[in-house]
Design a protein around this ligand. Structure first.
Ligand code: BEZ
Length: 237
């Protein structure tokens, strides 16, 4: 097995095909990303089973699983622990732990056993400056064609913001469906950004012709996109 530092920190990038792997999980064997063809999938890592921040995250993610499913998105977790540790931890979560008013939470999405770190290394989830033995909190958004579309990394001590993870997913699906971009802090119902003018003529037209666009300047034009339309398109995925 390769153990160079370079190998530990190599990571796929936005726009790359998601690296393939076959893994044992709490829901059986998965072949990634092939088993998820035609679906979005969020592949996320956490440092270790039976740790408090991770437990709060798993309860939160599991409680939101149906919301993600409605947007055609599956969840897959990973840590550098074995299958039996995963099973014991998920049983403990269901039987004993409550967080933010959520209790008796059944984690139904697959949790990968990665004791060999094979998957964690492929996805750059080991960041040696933070830990050489535990995965950081990585989030990979993989689209229905198996392409990595966004990546978020958090350190060990910082629990993720799941509203942001959901917002990013909806924003990327909205960009795909409506060929628009989304500005800072965008949420469904907010104005969206149309592609920049590609010629002097279009730039001029945008600044002088009445239309449903709102242009701050020739390069910064927005238009309305109703929340109903966004949700109708995204939820029918
Ligand atoms: C936690 O999940 O609580 C945790 C895990 C590793 C390091 C620090 C915190």
């Amino acid at each position: 097995m390769e153990t160079t530092l370079e190998h530990l920190v190599s990571m796929p990038r936005i726009g790359d095909e998601a690296p393939e792997f076959k893994a044992i999980t709490t829901q059986g064997i998965i072949n990634f990303p092939n088993d998820y063809n035609g679906k979005w999938v969020i592949l996320f890592s956490h440092p270790a089973d039976f740790t408090p921040v991770c437990t709060s995250e798993f309860i939160t993610f599991a409680a939101l699983e149906d919301k993600f499913k409605k947007t055609n998105c599956s969840l897959v977790g990973l840590s550098i622990d074995g299958l039996y540790s995963h099973i014991a931890w998920l049983r403990t979560i269901r039987e004993k732990i409550s967080f933010n008013g959520m209790r008796n939470i059944d984690v139904k999405f697959p949790l990968i056993e990665d004791i060999t770190m094979e998957v964690a290394k492929k996805y750059g989830m080991i960041q040696p400056g933070e830990s050489k033995t535990q995965a950081v909190r990585a989030v990979f958004f993989v689209d229905p064609k198996g392409i990595i579309r966004a990546i978020i990394y958090y350190p060990l001590s910082l629990g993720r913001n799941f509203d942001e993870i959901y917002r990013a997913l909806i924003a990327m699906q909205t960009s795909d469906k409506f060929s628009v971009a989304t500005p800072a802090d965008w949420n469904p119902g907010d104005d969206v950004i149309i592609s920049p003018a590609g010629s002097c003529g279009i730039a001029e037209e945008r600044m002088t012709t009445d239309s449903d666009l709102k242009c701050e300047d020739w390069f910064f034009c927005t238009k309305k996109l109703s929340k109903d339309l966004v949700l109708k398109e995204v939820l029918k995925n």
